[in-house]
Design a protein around this ligand. Structure first.
Ligand code: MV4
Length: 449
């Protein structure tokens, strides 16, 4: 069924990104916003706007009743959740569908499965994805924990089934620490997620984070759009992402991508998804799957030419995938810098009024942002205010252009991490593509010293 009016259950640059795809398809948009976001660009651009509550996300962007009411009063026939907020809430997806509103996202059952990391790993294994060696499912008793750890060898990592994104993990170096850390992991998981279920994996010491973008039609067809390398992170916040990964050959990409697409086809996955792997010594190990559009999706768009949001909307309309795997080609290189309103070196948030703004531009430069001069960045939400995405025919040309684009970008009135990005792309290791998930924090530590 064609969609006529999409309610965008999100804010900031991603709300704008969704609005743009919708308008290019001749679809109207409804913005929802908290009282703190009344002046936001996504509210100004949307065809309709509904206030859904006070600033706190729990009262507005996470308030299911208010969002459903907004959809009803505005006669939206679809909801796009963006990323974060309610995007991976299976119950919300079910409620949306129960109201006869199209959910621009995966089937609720798949959101639920992948949200439980033990279940996610079980299905990934059953679908043929390579796993990190570890327990078969949850580990509840200490005896079993010792058996698993002895079998896979130390160090091991204890993870919370309800965790994800780095929350609720404990690295255990030897058997004498196992009991203490198992107890700690369990009680911390209970406190944080209301679920003390934990599982054990071999701890990989120095991997890269490489994720594959996939798309399914929900009827047994799926494709992959290659990978993104997201290893440059600080405290589980990605800082810079690139596609393709500097370490993969096209043969490895085809091999792993095909495995991912086959798995998604077999499960009947619908919509956009990302399969996250740790990559070490040339091997991939599945860790998690994200059942949403990701912040870093533009780097994939730049090297494939596929509009991922348009594709999500088409799939929600019940259309077929717009292209077959053999139509997907990877061309050139793209890098995304997440621009945050924060001190570049202390990372202290810096909300406040933007007094001057000039976005970078020119060939192969994309800025996804709702920023404008005079905009007041509210203190209630995350600090990302823009994404600078740059394309080049190869990685060196991409980095040269990124350097030029970072020079052009001006944000005054608040602190930003632009100086961090400028310094980052001068580093030999970054220029060489030689970095792992530990690199950024190690580098920041060395700079301190
Ligand atoms: C790991 C790991 C090492 N070994 N699992 C962190 C986020 C969550 N998605 C999984 N994470 C990790 N799982 C095993 N078996 C190291 C991490 C990890 C990490 C992963 C990806 C990107 C950045 C990271 C930073 C610290 C730890």
């Amino acid at each position: 069924m064609p969609i006529k009016r999409i309610l965008i259950a999100n804010r900031g640059e991603i709300a704008l990104r969704i609005h743009r795809a919708a308008h290019e398809m001749g679809i109207e948009t409804v913005a929802v916003h908290s009282t703190a976001d009344a002046e936001a660009m996504h509210v100004r651009l949307a065809d309709h706007a509904v206030c859904i509550g006070p600033p706190a996300a729990s009262d507005s962007y996470l308030n299911i009743a208010n969002i459903i009411s907004a959809a009803e009063v505005s006669h939206a026939d679809a909801i796009h959740p963006g990323y974060g907020f309610l995007s991976e809430n299976a119950r919300f997806a079910e409620i949306v569908e129960a109201h006869g509103i199209a959910w621009i996202g995966p089937k609720p059952e798949h959101i639920r499965t992948m949200g439980d990391k033990v279940e996610a790993k079980r299905s990934a294994g059953a679908l043929g994805l390579p796993l990190v060696p570890g327990s078969n499912g949850a580990v509840s008793d200490i005896g079993e924990a010792h058996e698993v750890a002895a079998r896979i060898g130390y160090p091991v990592i204890i993870k919370a089934a309800s965790g994800g994104g780095g929350r609720g993990m404990k690295v255990c170096e030897s058997a004498d620490q196992l009991e203490t850390l198992m107890r700690q992991a369990g009680s911390e998981a209970k406190a944080a997620f209301g679920d003390d279920t934990v599982y054990i994996e071999k701890y990989l010491g120095n991997p890269r984070h490489i994720e594959f973008q996939i798309f399914g039609d929900g009827r047994g067809n799926a494709i992959h759009l290659g990978e993104r390398d997201c290893s440059l992170q600080r405290r589980h916040q990605k800082v810079l992402e690139e596609a393709p990964s500097p370490v993969l050959s096209s043969e490895e990409r085809d091999r792993m991508g095909t495995i991912c697409a086959k798995a998604m086809a077999d499960m009947g996955y619908r919509g956009a998804g990302t399969i996250e792997f740790l990559w070490e010594a040339g091997e991939f190990y599945f860790i998690e799957m994200n059942t949403r559009l990701q912040v870093e999706h533009p780097v994939t768009e730049m090297i494939t030419g596929v509009d991922l949001v348009r594709e999500q909307i088409r799939i929600a309309e019940g259309e077929d995938l717009s292209c077959a795997q053999e139509d997907i080609t990877f061309r050139g290189h793209a890098i995304e810098c997440r621009i945050n309103a924060e001190d570049a070196w202390t990372f202290a948030p810096s909300p406040g009024q933007v007094t001057y703004y000039h976005a970078a531009g020119g060939m192969h430069v994309r800025v996804d942002s709702g920023l404008y001069a005079g905009y007041r960045i509210p203190p209630y939400y995350d600090s990302m205010i823009a994404k600078l995405i740059v394309y080049g025919r190869n990685r060196d040309r991409c980095i040269m252009r990124l350097r030029r684009a970072l020079e052009e970008m001006v944000v005054e009135g608040v602190k930003t991490n632009l100086p961090l990005h400028q310094a980052l792309i001068q580093q030999e290791d970054v220029l060489a593509g030689e970095y792992t998930i530990k690199w950024l924090e190690d580098w920041l530590g060395r700079r301190e010293a």
